[in-house]
Design a protein around this ligand. Structure first.
Ligand code: C2E
Ligand code: MG
Ligand code: MG
Length: 685
């Protein structure tokens, strides 16, 4: 770059003339007089005005060299006026440190622009920092250029203070929402796509994976081979162990590990983390102890959060940003996070820090907080996306019982998101028949022989994979597509049951139990449909059982009751599904054309003697009484969710007729049922 060698103002020139600007005007005028004896009086007046002006000024030549400077400039720069002559203005005012400024300045010197203005940060010889507004303008019809400098330090400081006020919360002195979002946006922008080690942007979600359906289970079925109740049987014992294992609920796979992104030399990890926190029950503090105490508490909480954030490690930009987003909501932003573990540690330390009681002007207060934790690759992340995830996660933390941290779980989130997506996809999916049926054996408790199977529908969604009915049956009931779907299920199940029967003529035929939604009874000609399907498939009515929920049959009068009666008259069995979850009156039920009660799984769960779980004798007493009463009313009882051999043994002892559950088999594909039938069929078919 074509420019003079730079010198900083701070070490610029000897201070031999510092006092001159304080001298009387007359004396200063004398000096200028000496310099230009040939000048007109008008020019002398201007020169005098130039020198006494409080505006710091200098006359430059076209090269930018100082020809003359006034005392105000000498004072402003702290160099004294005399020392300024013959200096390059660019050096004095740091005009050459960036290319754009330098070019604009050169253009002004060359009269290519009428004026150039910039703000420079200068170092005064006394050590302080100076903000100067520099204006450079060619003097028309001369080869001179006028430079003027205004000290705008006070204005800058005021602006900075105002900005600080705008960006900070007066109660806690923490950065507020505005600053938080500025920093968040900057953090997401500063990590350019593709410049990290995280191509593809996936990564350490620390996601939870829930134990899923049937796939690995339901192999050897206690089909006429061993009594399910015989807890000593090896098969039953092994089912018990596995069933118990699976039944222990959601499993969790660890995140792909923290520190994976630490390999970058510049300390950037290409990842970002956020703890989004909300105090539990803060409103009560405000309401009962007043806003002053509330404010004090918020300030004290802010202090503890800042401590945690400071101990939580430093990023390029210092500690983690702690901000108050409003009310009792805070956020800790972790730039260049190293993985979920770092965020989890931070969240744990925050919960621990808040657990210590607060002493607020003599009042001891305890609070807890709920924290939503999100950690992800910067690439592909937007401020809105991150905040929405944090918000959802915080909501989960609250819903899961407060006083805890919860990690963002893409699966759980997908669940929430997909409800909407599923709603719009459901009808076309019914048309395209994207559904399949699985069948779960219904086993005689006394002999372990499979009597029938329940048909359970699954949706093979092209995007979301196999979906369980709990995900879409509710939606289908809401939008009415259950009528069409239910019709398909009924036809497919009946056709399948008939197929098994035809393929295995030597075996005792299995009945098929089909779930029927309330709307199918109300909004479609269920009786006509069933009759048509039975005729079409050739399945005998006594091999069909329909499962309706209590709410579908309770209070039935008119059409539903007539429908149930007609079906029953046809020879089709009606079962009450999930019995015990509603408020059915058993005596009333017995007057309906119902022949089977399917006891809800929650009853059977109280039976877990054998796993060392505290038994629930009350449940057992209730179930025993229920079964006896049902029998007296001419109903048979099927227990759902039989998972252990211990449960099976007790159910058998108290007279339960049929059982269904993982102990016997998970719901399986029709081919597996066919194999089962073949295995026990006397002639192997
Ligand atoms: P449901 O009719 O009570 O079916 C039994 C549910 O319990 C099935 O869940 C089954 O997989 C599950 N289950 C079976 N054994 C065990 C066990 O030992 N332990 C535990 N914890 N669970 C067990 P699935 O297949 O997810 O079906 C859920 C519900 O969706 C069904 O409950 C039923 O109400 C509904 N559903 C399924 N298929 C249809 C259908 O075709 N039409 C209608 N309207 N509803 C259906
Ligand atoms: Mg059912
Ligand atoms: Mg059920």
């Amino acid at each position: 770059m074509d420019r003079p060698e730079r010198r900083t103002v701070g070490r610029a020139v000897p201070d031999d003339d510092t006092e001159r600007h304080d001298r009387p005007v007359a004396e200063q005028a004398d000096r200028t007089e000496q310099r230009a004896p040939h000048e007109t009086s008008e020019a002398r007046d201007y020169r005098a005005a130039f020198h006494v002006s409080r505006l710091a000024m200098a006359l430059l030549d076209r090269e930018g060299t100082v020809l003359d400077a006034n005392d105000a400039l000498g004072a402003l720069l702290g160099t004294g006026t005399g020392a300024l002559a013959d200096q390059a203005a660019a050096d004095l005012l740091d005009l050459a440190s960036d290319t754009r400024t330098w070019h604009a300045y050169r253009e002004a010197l060359d009269s290519l622009r009428a004026r150039f203005r910039c703000t420079r940060r200068l170092k005064h010889p006394d050590g302080r920092t100076l903000w100067a507004e520099v204006t450079v303008a060619p003097v028309p019809d001369t080869d001179r250029v006028l430079l003027s400098v205004t000290d705008i330090s006070d204005r800058r400081e005021l602006q900075a203070r105002l900005r600080h006020l705008q960006q900070h919360d007066p109660v806690t002195r923490l950065p507020n929402r505005t600053l938080f979002f500025e920093r968040l946006a900057a953090a997401l922008e500063s990590s350019a796509p593709g410049d990290g080690p995280f191509e593809g942007g996936g990564g350490t979600y620390g996601s939870r994976t829930y134990a899923t359906g049937a796939a690995a289970y339901g192999t050897g079925i206690a089909y006429g081979v061993a009594s399910a109740a015989a807890s000593s049987s090896a098969a039953a014992a092994s089912y018990s162990a596995r069933g118990h294992d699976r039944a222990s609920g959601p499993g969790r796979t660890p995140g792909r590990g923290p520190g994976r992104g630490n390999g970058r030399v510049d300390g950037r990890t290409g990842r970002i983390g956020l703890c989004y926190l909300d105090l539990d029950g803060f409103k009560a503090v405000n309401d009962t102890l007043g806003h002053r105490t509330g404010d004090r508490l918020l300030a004290a909480v802010a202090g503890r959060l800042t401590e945690c954030a400071d101990h939580g490690g430093y990023t390029r930009s210092g500690g983690h940003l702690v901000a108050r987003l409003g009310g009792d909501e805070f956020a800790i932003l972790v730039e260049d996070s190293t993985g979920t573990e770092q965020l989890a540690d931070l969240a744990r330390s925050v919960l621990a820090a808040l657990q210590r009681p607060f002493d607020l002007a003599g009042q001891r207060l305890s609070v807890s907080a709920s924290i939503g934790v999100v950690e992800r690759a910067v690439e592909g992340t937007t401020p809105t996306g991150l905040m929405q995830a944090a918000d959802t996660t915080l909501y989960w933390a609250k819903a899961d019982g407060k006083a805890r941290w919860t990690l963002f779980d893409p699966e759980r989130n997908a669940h929430r998101m997909t409800r909407q997506a599923l709603t719009s996809a459901l009808r076309p999916a019914v048309e395209r028949e994207e559904f399949v049926l699985q069948y779960q054996p219904l086993v005689g408790m006394a002999d372990g022989i499979v009597r029938g199977v329940e048909a359970l529908v699954r949706w093979n969604h092209p995007q979301f994979g196999t979906l369980s009915p709990n995900r879409f049956i509710g939606i289908a009931e809401e939008d009415g597509s259950i009528v069409q779907l239910g019709g398909w299920v009924l036809r497919t199940a009946c056709r399948q049951a008939r197929r098994w029967q035809l393929d295995h003529p030597g075996a005792q035929p299995l009945f098929v139990s089909v779930n029927v939604a309330v709307r199918q009874v109300w909004d479609s000609d269920l009786v006509g449909d069933v009759a048509g399907i039975l005729a079409e498939t050739g399945l005998s009515p006594h091999l069909l059982q329909l499962e309706l929920t209590e709410s579908a049959v309770m209070g039935s009068a008119g059409r539903p009751l007539q429908a149930l009666q007609a079906l029953s008259d046809m020879g089709v069995r009606i079962a009450i599904d999930d019995f015990g979850t509603g408020y059915s009156n058993l005596a009333y039920l017995s007057r309906l054309p119902v022949s089977v009660l399917k006891l809800d799984g929650s009853f059977v769960r109280g039976f877990r003697y054998d796993e060392g779980v505290h038994p629930s004798p009350a449940d057992e007493t209730i179930v025993e009484a229920l079964i006896q009463l049902a029998h007296r009313l001419g109903l048979t009882v099927t227990a759902e969710c039989v998972e252990t051999s211990g449960q099976a043994a007790r159910l058998q002892r108290i007279g339960c007729d049929t059982g269904q559950g993982w102990l016997f088999s998970r719901p399986v594909a029709p081919e597996r049922i066919a194999e089962m039938i073949a295995a026990v069929s006397p002639n192997g078919v």
